[in-house]
Design a protein around this ligand. Structure first.
Ligand SMILES: [Zn+2]
Length: 263
């Protein structure tokens, strides 16, 4: 039986002398592994459409519980990502999260929009890497049903207070007063959030998908936002991501080079 779906390649693995496997994110079937026969032998049309981060129309068939590529038609390559190691590292981190969380057979329409939008903003330089990273991390968690309780303080429902704390491990907010009166262990990870960061967190989680990148934020607030979204995703998914470690190494190296250039 032939099946057709729009998909984004989020991983590729060589297999044997000429073949390869690709992991493709689709709205209808979640992440599926497709075998591309002769992928490394021919320099045909299906070659560019089966590369990492190619967005294409895939036509494939299922035999013995495996998917085989029949044909593919390239729709978009995110060139800007391939030309910049920091962007590529970040995109690979997004792909690793998706592969870890999205299974075969699950529908993934919103996650697909989120990833495609993030790659578009990254590729076209429309926002900084740090900005896109935070938006992706937080919205991804919200799309997978792991949205933190952001309405107000857990204990008194106060929407806004002079002091607000984001409790990473408890997935909730506490106002200053209830933070002081807390009855849980001291070592729970918490971050005091500014009003800007709190509004931004709510916006990322709740705004319409097509608007989630439409906000402005200062550098200090963005740093705090990044700390929160990264700690939150790692705490909820309870694992570290290899691609995130690599992304951080690239950032450190870039910072070092920038500092050397200045001196
Ligand atoms: Zn309270």
């Amino acid at each position: 039986m032939l099946m057709t779906a729009m998909g984004l390649v989020i991983a590729e693995r060589n297999y044997g002398e000429n073949d390869k496997f690709i992991d493709v994110l689709t709205a209808e079937y979640g992440v599926i592994e497709i075998c591309v026969k002769g992928a490394r032998k021919i320099l045909g049309k299906s070659n560019s459409s089966t590369q990492l981060f190619a967005y294409a129309k895939f036509c494939f068939s299922k035999r013995n519980d495996r998917y085989y590529l029949n044909s593919s038609e390239l729709v978009r390559v995110f060139y800007g990502i391939r030309l910049d190691i920091k962007k590529l590292a970040l995109a690979e981190y997004f792909a690793e999260i998706v592969r870890y969380c999205v299974t075969t057979g699950q529908t993934a329409k919103d996650i697909m929009s989120l990833l495609l939008n993030s790659l578009h903003f990254l590729s076209e330089d429309l926002r900084t890497c740090e900005f896109i990273k935070s938006v992706f991390e937080m919205r991804f968690m919200s799309e997978t049903g792991l949205l933190p309780q952001l309405i107000g303080c857990r204990d008194c429902y106060k929407y806004e207070a002079d002091e607000m704390y984001f409790m990473v491990d408890l997935c909730c907010l506490l106002c200053g007063e209830h933070f002081e009166r807390r009855d849980f262990e001291e070592n729970y990870y918490h971050i005091r959030v500014s009003k800007t960061v709190l509004h931004t967190l709510r916006f990322i989680c709740l705004a319409e998908m097509k608007r989630i990148f439409n906000f402005h934020i200062g550098e200090t607030a963005l740093e705090q936002l990044n700390e929160i979204t990264e700690k939150y995703i790692i705490s909820r998914l309870n694992r570290n991501f290899k691609a995130l470690e690599f992304y951080k190494q690239v950032c450190d190296r870039n910072d070092l080079m920038a500092a050397e250039e200045k001196s």
